[in-house]
Design a protein around this ligand. Structure first.
Ligand code: COA
Ligand code: AMP
Length: 620
């Protein structure tokens, strides 16, 4: 069926459409009701196990020998391949290992691990038991991990002794120890630590277990069926405050749409190899390193490395050739980094890319220059698509698998079947085609999209109150006359640094905590490589002299309180911050000054503060 036919079907009768899509899974109890409008729940009476669908059912169907997981770690020199039968063994035994520490259906498990196969086994093992995993990205510092431990109250933490960044080893265990000290909640099952050869961690007697020994002693366990609406995972993402939002993902809706999206959006068939070059700590990693490809019976590539420097800018193309990757998904930053290191695309020319049919980009704005460069080099469709942690799967895309081929540079594509977008102005009126406004999605959201935030129903509801009947995405956008949707950027204080979603409000909390800082603002400045970079402005107490020392202290605090991924490009010390008469800091004006845009200074603000900001930025 064509994209237009599928979109028309999904629009005319979404309930029948998604019930049909749900048939792509094996259910313990197939839902009789597609959607309950009262509670806004998809497949309310369905029962299934997500791990069974991602792993066991392929073995049961005679595909046990087919490749499921390919691990490539150029940063350590390791590589491994697991068939579905081998994956099933590992996952069943890992589930036994965590069950032996008391984890059962509904319990939470924090996973703070680098990109190793054991982390994937751990996620699937939780799903197998009906337990709820919460993966925390390794680039987050101990206080961020502690916040997540306190919010989701895990029974157990799974971690590793270390991870690797180019040129350095990141000791995870001291970060975990510090987080467990900071957190009020103490996981009853303690921690299980995967020791890596390169750096062994000290284990705390009575709390920590060695992964290898615990795994050795464990018995495999079977899948536990759960209600479709039961939580599969909690994934924390940045909101506008310093407290992260725990997005809750259900089992049945999520598995249905991910399975469906593999063929319709990405054009993948069972047995083919898919590669999302992201990290399991982000939603892209959850959906398209782990669950999507495995639900479809595809092989998935788990990559512990960087697009450049591990060992060079040819690693993506080299792995595509070696593993016959059909679709690559990455963030535009990765392509910008590759282009900077290999401007003529020499590595691309040398590679054998016959298996590759398309490159998908998401996570941040795909600037047309980068998109056109890589499309020219690869001579294949390069498809920008848009989504968010809250939604869990693409909402705007070119549905390659449904034969959609027209790509409009500057647009992320059309609404994916099942999503209905509107653009409204701030007072809630629809705007004409081609006009920028608040990008909204009509309720009910399709299956897979979030239905709650962990521990925080009020914050969840807040996403639906400004524009009744709609979910406010937080992005500004425009729908053109042909239905192509163009994303213009966030309307709130969230920024995107190298495809990582971060809150400037959270950074401001850290800067404002410095004893010498009176007030501050952090905004995202345009960055050629990372898309955006945080830049701070701070007003210090009168008489503060050694500003260099304050700057260094602030940089250290941001790294140690939030993580190295939030490192600001710089912090300017200014005499005052431009504000409205009501005292609101004019962050847009700060951003415009940084980005060299033509600035319009509202008459109501004090000129001296603007002049001070401009002077500092010009001085560098
Ligand atoms: N654990 C610990 N530290 C981490 C980390 C992790 N998992 N990931 C990143 N960091 C650290 C880095 O080492 C770096 O530290 P430094 O300031 O001491 O050098 C800092 O956080 C910033 O990292 P990053 O933003 O990745 O920048 P980089 O300069 O190291 O690398 C790129 C630049 C473009 C190569 C890199 O950002 C990249 O691969 N981007 C692709 C983005 C992506 O896949 N996004 C996922 C969403 S789809
Ligand atoms: P995350 O929840 O980390 O996936 O971040 C979601 C946010 O990233 C969105 O709200 C957008 O602001 C931004 N984003 C994701 N994909 C795109 C894209 N293709 N183009 C522009 N912005 C994007």
């Amino acid at each position: 069926m064509s994209f237009a036919d599928v979109a028309a079907q999904a629009g005319a009768d979404p309930e029948a459409f998604w019930l049909e899509a749900a048939k792509g899974l094996d259910w313990a109890k197939f839902p009789t009701t597609p959607h309950d409008g009262g509670s806004d729940t998809w497949f309310p009476d369905g029962e299934l196990n997500t791990c069974y669908n991602a792993v066991d059912r392929h073995v049961a169907a005679g595909r046990g020998d087919a490749t499921a997981l390919i691990y490539e770690s150029p940063i350590t020199g390791r590589a491994a391949t697991y068939s579905f039968a081998e994956l099933q063994d590992h996952v069943a035994r890992t589930a036994g290992m965590i069950a032996a520490r008391g984890v059962a259906k509904g319990d939470r498990v924090i996973i703070y691990m680098p990109m190793v196969p054991e982390a994937v086994f751990a996620m699937l093992a939780c799903a197998r038991l009906g337990a709820v995993h919460s993966v925390v990205f390794g680039g987050f510092a101990a206080p961020e991990l502690a916040k997540r431990i306190d919010d989701c109250q895990p029974s157990l933490v799974l971690s590793a002794s270390c991870g690797f960044e180019p040129g350095r080893t990141i000791a995870y265990k001291p970060l975990l120890d510090h987080a467990l000290e900071l957190a009020a909640h103490k996981p009853a099952g303690g921690a299980i630590i995967f020791q890596r050869e390169e750096l062994a961690a000290d284990l705390m007697a009575g709390r920590d277990l060695d992964w290898a020994s615990a795994y050795e002693a464990a018995q495999p366990v079977d899948c536990v069926n759960v209600a479709s609406a039961d939580p599969l995972y909690i994934l924390y993402t940045s909101g506008t405050t310093g407290t992260p939002k725990g997005v809750v993902r259900d089992n049945g809706g999520h598995a249905t749409v991910l399975h469906w999206s593999m063929s319709t959006i990405y054009g993948m068939e069972t047995g083919e190899t898919y590669w999302a070059a992201s990290d399991i700590g982000w939603v892209v990693g959850h959906s398209y390193i782990v669950y999507g490809p495995l639900l479809k019976g595809c092989a998935t590539l788990l990559f512990e490395g960087k697009p450049i420097g591990t060992p060079d800018a040819g690693i993506f193309w080299n792995l595509i050739g070696r593993h016959q990757v059909k679709v690559l998904f990455t963030a535009p930053t990765a392509i910008r980094a590759i282009r900077r290191a290999d401007p003529d695309g020499a590595f691309i020319d040398q590679a054998s890319l016959s298996s590759l049919t398309a490159l998908f980009l998401a996570g941040e704005r795909a600037d047309p220059d980068t998109l056109l460069w890589i499309a020219g080099k690869l001579d294949r469709p390069v498809i920008d698509h848009w989504w968010q942690t809250e939604l869990g799967w693409p909402a705007i895309a070119t549905c390659f698998g449904l034969g959609e081929t027209e790509i409009r540079v500057g647009s992320a594509g059309h609404a994916v079947p099942g999503y209905r977008f509107n653009v409204k102005n701030d007072v809630g009126d629809d705007v004409p085609a081609g006009t920028v406004g608040n990008l909204l999605i009509e309720q009910p959201l399709p299956p897979g999209a979030f239905r709650s935030l962990w521990n925080n129903p009020e914050r969840f509801q807040a996403g639906f109150v400004d524009f009744p009947g709609h979910y406010t995405t937080g992005d500004a956008g425009m729908i053109d006359a042909d239905g192509f949707i163009h994303i213009m950027g966030r309307t709130d204080d969230i920024i995107n640094v190298a495809g990582h979603r971060l809150s400037t409000g959270q950074m401001e909390e850290v800067v404002a905590n410095h004893p010498k800082v009176v007030e501050c603002a952090v905004v995202g400045a345009a960055d050629e490589l990372k898309g955006e970079m945080p830049v701070g402005f701070a007003v210090t107490r009168p008489g503060t002299e050694d500003l260099d020392a304050v700057l260094q202290e602030l940089k250290v605090s941001i790294r140690s309180d939030i993580g190295p991924i939030a490192s600001p490009r710089t912090i300017y010390f200014v005499d005052g911050l431009p504000k409205t008469r009501s005292g609101k800091i004019l962050r847009n004006l700060l951003r415009d000054i940084l980005n060299g845009a033509d600035i319009v200074v509202p008459q109501t603000i004090e000129d001296a503060s603007v002049i001070s900001v401009i002077e500092q930025v010009v001085k560098g």
